[in-house]
Design a protein around this ligand. Structure first.
Ligand SMILES: C[S@@+](CC[C@H](N)C(=O)[O-])C[C@H]1O[C@@H](n2cnc3c(N)ncnc32)[C@H](O)[C@@H]1O
Ligand SMILES: [Zn+2]
Length: 505
């Protein structure tokens, strides 16, 4: 069965080997899955596993180059000893072990992988599958334990892992403090959260604050805010230990989010947290947003960094455009969530050898869009902007061109279709929308003191140019990649926890 949205055919091949097991093939691994436990395998997460394999492979090249450069500073002839180029990976919540099996077979230069799970059934499965795939115990070690305990036991630098993968059911929050300490400086944290009802909605501000240290909002940019809340949680744990984080890739995928973040030791850089963190004031009336950092960083005369509390608030209690009361989201991470060079290197690697990944079309699509994403927090959507001024939606290229023609930048956001991610401030966006409404003729039915009334009460600027700008059509659109995912298969979504079948008494 082929799926036109994703360009993927049916996700995996499943064959029955005997009464007890099905064999699931994914990537280079074949996994024995108990027939009575369907939730053990979630095919929708194949994309997550494919992306993770490429992310770790691409990060490892950078990591080893940095190690070599360090050696070469002492001795220009130095080469990286083989053992130093090998990486130790921990999969903290490994379930069937499928991900760890694939890491063992598809990631280069692995020293060993520690596949851990709390459940005995899971650890038995990992052992059974390691044997079935002829992966030796020195390459794939297993452990049954609480991931939090295991991670804390790996805090000493000589015990730390180069990569830690957290892929829980629901929230990764309980594991974050331990994970940021158990990873080597320069190492990689790969973190999934599936609790989007908490991270990307209005329903539980108390829960998102309690778990991630920031308030989530139900907005069109809620998935990006979810990513920024998770990154904020990772950062605030890291800085406690004089470490800082660098996001390489932040992905909003189907019903979950996944981030790839490096952690480094540096008491000095940990101080940047005050500049990288802030609040967002959001207008439910017209979708304007205003970000407020907590601190500012300046360079003194003798080139020392100086931090100061930021001036604010950046806006009053009500939206400047439509006068609606603003809602506060965050604190969250407001700096870069993507390393564009890293996304491009992953894209090129997949493109060079796509057959390694079943989901290669979607990988390339997402990586291309991410590599084009503007490095500014949050975005608008065309439909929100048009509904705020009670106008029909024009082709998006018309609005992106107007933004570009004024000298600002704009892209789409991978986390939201028809989004406009731009460095143009709110006022400019409304100037453009006023000019657009003027060009099509004002709607007659605008109620006094309503959102469109306030926005359109300001006269439009005369210098808005809607003619199509040459950069309005990005590469990802031109080369017809799978840019956005629609429902990948029937009844897709997160799998719930497996409950052991009730025993007959
Ligand atoms: C979503 S599954 C992991 C899927 C796996 N990463 C993959 O890609 O196939 C979550 C697993 O976490 C395990 N788990 C839950 N709490 C845990 C804890 N505190 N420590 C270790 N494992 C835990 C569960 O037993 C379950 O197997
Ligand atoms: Zn507003």
């Amino acid at each position: 069965m082929s799926n036109e949205n994703t360009g993927e055919s049916r996700v995996t091949e499943i064959n029955s080997v005997n009464d007890q097991y099905n064999v699931v093939s994914e990537g280079k691994a074949k996994v024995l899955m108990p027939k009575d436990n369907e939730v053990f395998y979630n095919p929708i997460q194949q994309f997550n596993r494919d992306m993770s394999i490429q992310a770790i492979n691409s990060w490892r090249l950078v990591y080893n180059e940095e190690k070599l450069a360090k050696l070469k500073r002492k001795n220009p002839e130095a080469v990286l000893p083989e053992k130093d180029g090998k990486i130790k990976i921990m999969e903290a919540l490994a379930a069937s072990g499928l991900r760890s099996l694939r890491y063992a077979k598809e990631i280069d230069g692995v020293d060993y992988i520690l596949a851990n799970d709390l459940s005995e059934e899971a650890v038995d499965s990992i052992k059974r599958n390691a044997e079935y795939n002829s992966i030796p115990e020195i390459l794939l070690k297993t452990n049954q334990g609480d991931a939090i305990d295991v991670l804390y036991a790996h805090r000493p630098p000589e015990k730390q892992f180069d990569v830690i993968d957290l892929d829980p059911y629901g929230s990764a929050a309980p594991f974050i403090d331990a994970a940021v300490q158990a990873v080597k400086s320069g190492g990689l944290l790969c973190v999934t959260c599936t609790d989007m009802a908490v991270l990307a909605s209005n329903n539980h501000p108390e829960t998102s604050y309690a778990k991630y240290g920031g308030v989530a909002l139900r907005t069109e940019f809620c998935h990006e805010l979810g990513l920024r809340l998770l990154i904020h949680a990772l950062q605030s744990s890291a800085t406690r230990y004089q470490r800082y984080i660098v996001p390489l890739l932040s992905c909003s995928i189907d019903f979950y989010i996944r981030v790839f973040i490096r952690v480094f030791d540096s008491p000095k850089k940990a101080k940047d947290a005050v500049v990288d963190t802030g609040l967002v004031f959001y207008c439910n009336g017209c979708s304007s947003f205003y970000t407020q950092p907590f601190g500012a960083r300046t360079l003194t005369g003798n080139k020392n960094l100086k931090y100061s509390a930021a001036h604010g608030p950046v806006v009053g209690t009500n939206c400047l455009a439509c006068k609606t009361k603003l809602t506060i989201g965050g604190p969250c991470w407001i700096s870069s969530i993507q390393d564009h060079g890293f996304a491009s290197s992953m894209y090129e690697a997949v493109k060079t050898d796509p057959s390694r990944f079943f989901t290669n079309k979607r990988m390339m699509g997402m990586l291309k869009v991410i590599s084009e994403e503007q490095d500014v927090p949050f975005h608008y959507t065309l439909s929100e902007l048009c509904s705020a001024v009670k106008a029909t939606c024009p082709p998006i290229l018309k609005i992106t061109s107007a933004i570009l023609n004024l000298g600002f930048k704009v892209s789409t956001a991978h986390s939201c279709m028809s989004s406009l991610k731009t460095n143009a401030p709110n006022e400019i966006i409304w100037d453009i929308m006023r000019a657009y409404v003027n060009s099509i003729g004002k709607s007659a039915k605008i109620v006094e003191n309503s959102v469109p009334y306030h926005i359109l009460s300001v006269p439009p600027r005369s210098d808005i140019d809607f003619s199509i700008h040459p950069e309005a059509n990005p590469d990802s659109r031109k080369i017809k990649l799978v840019r956005f995912q629609l429902n990948p298969e029937k009844n897709w979504g997160p799998k719930s926890r497996h409950r052991a079948p009730k025993r007959k008494m």
